[in-house]
Design a protein around this ligand. Structure first.
Ligand SMILES: [Zn+2]
Length: 313
């Protein structure tokens, strides 16, 4: 009796253990499934990132000097990761924490020291004639203002670590270099049959005047995919269709950069839509500009941002 009872007990405890094992296996399978679904969702939403609406640029590409400077093919081979790994450890700066929804009613007081990179450079806002900048390499021979170079290095390194191959095709160029590019383009146009005057007018539509480009300030990078020049002969809007563009839009703000010349803002910036051109404004401001984009789908230009959010005092 007791033996039978005991056997029965054994049977039921074996069944109980069996049930537990099945339960445990079930939980493990469920967890694996949930993780798989979660990661699919993540990549889906990244893929769905929708940047603006397709349309043509209004004005001619004032930065196309960048193109001729970079299409030479000498740049094409090297990938970013190879170029930038030798530049030491990037700084330990922190990405701003999530903040409340952006509120244009409350303006941020301007602080010249903290906000040194927050200024407009463009056709109506040239750099001063005596402008100088200390530069530092960010990728190969490409340089930026040394105060923001490490941010760019970290951005490029992080992208490479995430398997996103970026290539810096243009960076700081002096106003003198800008003048040389303009001059040489005028000569090219003359050789194509333009008169001196026509050539000058046309060239100035396509190339920013010396001191009028964010590149002259050492704040801007033109970034494409590492294999871009193997399939393109020019910088064009099609870059926005590449995953590298999505990565930049999703992440450049974490390093203090913004898209300078958004689609639909050509009249404000004076430049065509340039999905490859990123400009440093600092972490705090880049985050706020990104927040506006997340909430409204609008990319603010630097001057719009300053008007809406900054109390210049
Ligand atoms: Zn550019």
């Amino acid at each position: 009796m007791s033996a039978r009872k005991s056997k029965k007990k054994n049977n039921s405890s074996t069944a109980y253990l069996g049930f537990l094992s099945v339960l445990a296996v079930g939980i493990v399978i469920l967890l694996v499934l949930m993780a798989a679904i979660g990661s699919c969702r993540g990549s889906d939403s990244e893929g769905e990132e929708n940047i603006g609406t397709p349309s043509g640029g209004v004005t001619k590409e004032p930065e196309s000097v960048t193109v001729s400077e970079s299409t030479a093919g000498t740049d094409s081979g090297a990938g970013i990761s190879g170029n930038i790994l030798g530049f030491g450890t990037p700084p330990n700066f922190s990405v701003p924490e999530e903040t409340a929804p952006v509120n244009a009613e409350v303006k941020i007081p301007y602080n010249a020291e903290e906000d040194w990179a927050l200024y407009v450079i463009g056709n109506d806002n040239p750099l001063p004639d005596d402008f100088t900048v200390e530069t530092k390499a960010v990728s190969g021979e490409r340089t930026l203002d040394s105060r923001c170079a490490d941010y760019a290095i970290k951005m490029l390194n992080d992208a490479a670590a995430q398997g996103v191959g970026l290539f810096v095709t243009s960076s700081y160029r002096s106003a003198e270099k800008q003048a040389q590019n303009l001059e040489s383009y005028i000569n090219t146009l003359i050789s194509q049959g333009y008169s001196q005057e026509e050539a000058k007018i046309q060239a100035e539509k396509e190339i920013a005047l010396p001191g009028h480009s964010e590149h002259n300030a050492g704040l801007a990078l033109d970034i494409v995919s590492s294999d871009y020049w193997s399939t393109h002969s020019d910088l064009d809007e099609s870059f926005e269709k590449l995953p590298q563009f999505d990565w930049l839009i999703d992440n450049c703000w974490k390093y203090g950069f913004i898209l300078s010349y958004p689609k639909g803002k050509e009249e404000i910036t004076g430049f065509i839509y340039e999905p490859w051109h990123y400009r440093f404004v600092g972490l705090k401001h880049a985050e706020k500009i990104h927040k506006v984009y997340e909430e409204t789908g609008e990319f603010l230009t630097v001057n719009e941002y300053i008007e809406r959010f900054i109390d210049m005092g």
